[in-house]
Design a protein. Structure first.
Length: 575
């Protein structure tokens, strides 16, 4: 199967998230009702607003959820689960009731972090330090705790103590880069230039690739040391390792003289963001989302946290909430062009493609030497089946890349998809091969080109080699397993093809191409009733327009062979 994967990369690090409220979604909850469910309740029944609140969380309406949890809590103030859910909903909705509810949650880490942050915001640094020190020394909190303690100590006027708190962790083995970075920030704010420089270099060495946080802080320090060329080089290295931010490099360079962390509360917010980003590979999405909310409470202008929060909401299938979290970012923000790219992608997801294209048009005019707006326009147009227009947009993006490098392979791959769909196969084949020249083992390119050759009957041994290499890298990718099954069927191994295609259907049960291929394999094996079922099922999964008549033709032939009088409709097949 051709894997038309979109390469809209997540900003910073993507996290899989629903809040604690969404994690408590009742079994069998539906999301097909109105945005807000009916609010007529049985008098005195606290369960009704509680269930409505949980429904509202699933719908992404946390402010409404907070209202309903508070109603449920008023009816049953002794219920600890309702109280905790009410606290979390208020926290995520940015409601002032969160602080009041937090005082009744002495064993909840999020509540204690919020109260410590309130102390810090009010300048009560000793109280904040005490709360941070009282956090349990276990799990994720033990990673965060030294950073919070150090920033509370710095905020209280004790930079020596703060650096001493972090020193053993900087010299340790676990999360050394994170601790060295925050120690560098504290040394920098304390006008200890030499120590700050040493610690920034330790952080850079330990992180390996340059990330946004480190690049901005280190470039600011270099600029203030009179090393403007080094500052530009540092930011440029970040742009190379994270192309999401390349469009913002001129603005980031212009902002390099400003400190990205100006005070202790900024440092606490940055610590929350850093750990939230680091959690994407762990099953800790609830804690990550709490940390992002706490970061934005302390520092609403922390745009990197807003971008990561938007990714969180997007992955939870709430693009409207993602747009809302990005709304406060102004055009003057150095990361504004990155935010605008994200807004365009979200608008397109919401069905507002014209608005998305308008945003991208303005970006292309404002940044005429950057390929990113044209790249995203190509992806949007391709998603709308406007393949020729998509190719034109990709052409404009590629024309702005004078020396394509490994990092540019997705652009040639995506243009190749648009060209193939526009029936421009020679151009598509050249782009796929160019993508493989830039990055030889990319599984999606290997799969797409190998599958296309299989469909054309061209060099099947080499096509199998490519698909096999892709499958070795991604053995549980349904599209790639489908390709492997399809070429196996073309080679005459029907039994082997059925085994692979059944696995592909398990991996992608609602994909029309995969189901159609399994039907073909069943038909080849003489399992005609099962083949008919799979083809009918494929019609229910919104196949490509050109595939619909092919499926109907197969069903017609199947009905003739089976002597069936039933018309070949696209009604949903029943097991």
């Amino acid at each position: 199967m051709q894997h038309a994967r979109s390469f809209r990369r997540s900003i910073l690090l993507a996290l899989s998230l629903l809040s604690a409220c969404a994690a408590a979604e009742p079994s069998g909850a539906t999301t097909e009702a109105h945005p807000r469910p009916p609010t007529r309740y049985v008098s005195g029944d606290s369960a009704s607003p509680y269930l409505v609140a949980r429904f509202a969380v699933v719908e992404g309406d946390l402010d409404y959820a907070a209202d309903e949890f508070l109603r449920a809590l008023a009816a049953d103030p002794a219920d600890p689960e309702i109280r905790r859910q009410a606290f979390l909903a208020c926290l995520f909705a940015g409601r002032p009731e969160a602080a009041r509810l937090a005082r009744d949650e002495p064993d909840d880490q999020a509540a204690q972090l919020l109260l410590a942050d309130i102390d810090a915001r009010n300048g009560n640094w000793e109280a904040a330090e005490q709360r941070f020190a009282a956090l349990p020394h276990q799990g994720l909190t033990q990673v965060l705790q030294p950073l919070l303690l150090a920033w509370a100590q710095y905020g209280g006027g004790h930079p020596d103590t703060a650096l001493a708190t972090l020193r053993p962790f900087v010299e340790g083995d676990r999360f050394r880069a994170l601790y060295a970075f925050h120690a560098a920030l504290i040394a920098d704010l304390s006008s200890r230039a030499a120590e700050a420089g040493r610690l920034y270099r330790v952080a850079q060495s330990e992180f390996g690739a340059m990330n946004l946080d480190l690049a901005r802080a280190m470039a600011s320090w270099q600029w203030r040391q009179g090393r403007q060329a080094d500052a530009a080089q540092t930011l440029g290295a970040m742009g190379e390792s994270s192309s999401d931010f390349a469009i913002a490099l001129p603005r980031l360079e212009a902002d390099a003289a400003n400190r990205p962390v100006r005070k202790a509360t900024d440092g606490i917010a940055d610590a929350y963001l850093a750990l939230a980003a680091a959690l994407r590979q762990q099953d800790a999405s609830e804690f990550a989302s709490v940390l992002l909310r706490l970061a934005l409470d302390l520092r609403p202008d922390l745009t990197a946290a807003r971008l990561l929060s938007a990714d969180v909401y997007d992955q939870a299938k709430h693009p409207d909430a993602a747009l809302a979290v990005l709304a406060p970012v102004t055009a003057a923000d150095p990361l504004a062009p990155v935010v605008d790219l994200r807004r365009a992608a979200l608008q397109d997801q919401l069905g507002n493609s014209d608005e998305a294209l308008r945003i991208l048009g303005e970006l292309a005019a404002a940044y005429p030497d950057r390929p990113e707006p044209w790249t995203m326009e190509g992806a949007i147009l391709r998603g709308k089946h406007r393949y020729s227009d998509s190719v034109t947009a990709y052409d404009k993006a590629i024309a702005l890349i004078h020396q394509p490098a490994r990092a540019n392979w997705p652009l040639f791959y995506e243009r190749g998809i648009a060209e193939e769909r526009a029936h421009q196969w020679p151009l598509a084949e050249a782009d796929f091969q160019h993508a493989l020249q830039l990055s030889p083992d990319e599984p999606f390119v290997l799969n797409y080109l190998g599958y296309s050759w299989t469909e054309l009957g061209h060099d099947l041994p080499r096509a199998r080699q490519m698909i096999q290499r892709a499958a070795e890298q991604r053995p549980n990718d349904g599209a790639i397993v489908d390709s492997l099954g399809w070429i196996t069927l073309r080679e005459g191994d029907t039994a082997g093809a059925i085994k692979l295609l059944e696995k592909a259907v398990e991996l992608q049960p609602e994909d029309p191409t995969v189901n159609g291929h399994l039907g073909d394999a069943y038909w080849a094996a003489g399992r005609k009733v099962e083949a008919e079922y799979q083809w009918r099922l494929a019609l229910t999964f919104n196949p490509e327009p050109e595939d619909v008549p092919k499926l109907h033709a197969k069903l017609h032939d199947a009905q003739q062979a089976l002597g069936s009088a039933e018309p070949a409709t696209a009604e949903k097949a029943q097991p």
